[in-house]
Write a protein that binds this ligand. Structure first.
Ligand code: HBI
Ligand code: FE
Length: 291
């Protein structure tokens, strides 16, 4: 399965505002829900130093995210707004693309309010508060990454008008969710889908299975992705500045037209022109056991 999209109703569910936000109702979280956050937080914050981009750890620190329990979005937003002008608001789950993009373009990050159950500790389909807040919010404290996310939202709205949403969805997937970044000779994690996953934090950097390829905008926009297992290919950026410059500072309309006739690239393919950091053996995908 790849590029699959859940279909969502066009209007928000009962209890949600027109922009799909809901109150976080922080005082309604149970001790068990806070304990689940603490358990996930401890596991990830123990393994990420040396694996994640230093800006991510800086974000955890300046946002005081090691405070026990599920963060209060109001408190978190106060700190974040002071740093980069972003805020975090609660939503029931996935929201429609246009709603999602509009929030990003307004420097608002929408986060699931619910937390996974104990039997979902390693995998769940919808983004919960741990993925959204632990995974995404630390880098929103970084000024360059914060600008990238806003520009992404604006680009997303334009892509809808141009019928090219799938191109931008791939860019998001292979940067914001599953991106790697170069740090001298080493690779580090910056994607939220990796940073919030214990298994993928090991797999993405250390496993011989996946390809690790230098980021190229057109290459990424042509590449399919998997939503049901670890990625078969990760793309490596040189810096957040380079990412911002190479992507969202450019007019995508001519690019979309050029890509109209270009075939999609499979999730595991290596193609001409790839800057290969590691050629994956794909043993994990070939074994066919989802993570
Ligand atoms: N909704 N809550 C939520 N979180 C997302 O990450 C999200 C979404 N709706 C749409 C969406 N992402 C995608 O369109 C983007 O990944 C491109
Ligand atoms: Fe995410």
């Amino acid at each position: 399965m790849s590029d699959a999209k859940a279909t969502l109703p066009a209007t928000p569910p009962p209890g949600a505002a027109a922009d799909w936000t809901i109150p976080q109702a922080w005082s309604d979280y149970t001790p068990a829900e806070h304990a689940m956050w603490d358990r996930l937080f401890e596991r990830q914050s123990a393994m990420l130093p040396g694996r994640v981009v230093p800006a991510f750890l800086d974000g955890l620190d300046v946002l005081r995210m090691s405070k026990p329990g599920i963060p209060d979005f109001g408190e978190l937003s106060e700190r974040l707004t002071g740093l980069t002008g972003w805020k975090v608001v609660a939503v029931p789950g996935l929201v429609p693309d246009d709603v999602f993009f509009r929030h990003l373009a307004n420097r608002t990050f929408v986060a699931g309010r619910f937390i996974r159950r104990p039997d979902q500790i390693d995998y769940l389909e919808e983004p919960d508060v741990f993925h959204d807040v632990f995974g995404h919010v630390p880098l929103l404290a970084n000024p360059v990454f914060a600008d990238y996310m806003q520009a992404y939202g604006a680009g997303g709205l334009r892509s809808l008008e141009l019928g090219a949403m799938h191109r931008l969805a791939r860019l998001y997937w292979y940067t914001v969710e599953f991106g790697l970044i170069r740090d001298g000779d080493a690779l580090r994690i910056y994607g939220a889908g990796i940073a919030s996953s214990h298994g993928e934090s090991l797999f993405a950097l250390d496993d011989p299975s996946p390809n690790r390829i230098g980021f190229d905008l057109q290459r990424v926009m042509r590449t399919r992705y998997r939503i049901d297992d670890y990625q078969q290919t990760y793309f490596v950026i040189d810096s957040f500045e380079a990412l911002l410059r190479e992507t969202l500072d450019t007019d995508f309309a001519p690019l979309y037209r050029a890509l109209d006739t270009a075939p999609d690239i499979a999730t595991d393919a290596i193609v001409e022109g790839d800057r290969i950091f590691h050629r994956g053996c794909q043993a994990h995908a070939l074994a066919g056991k989802p993570a």
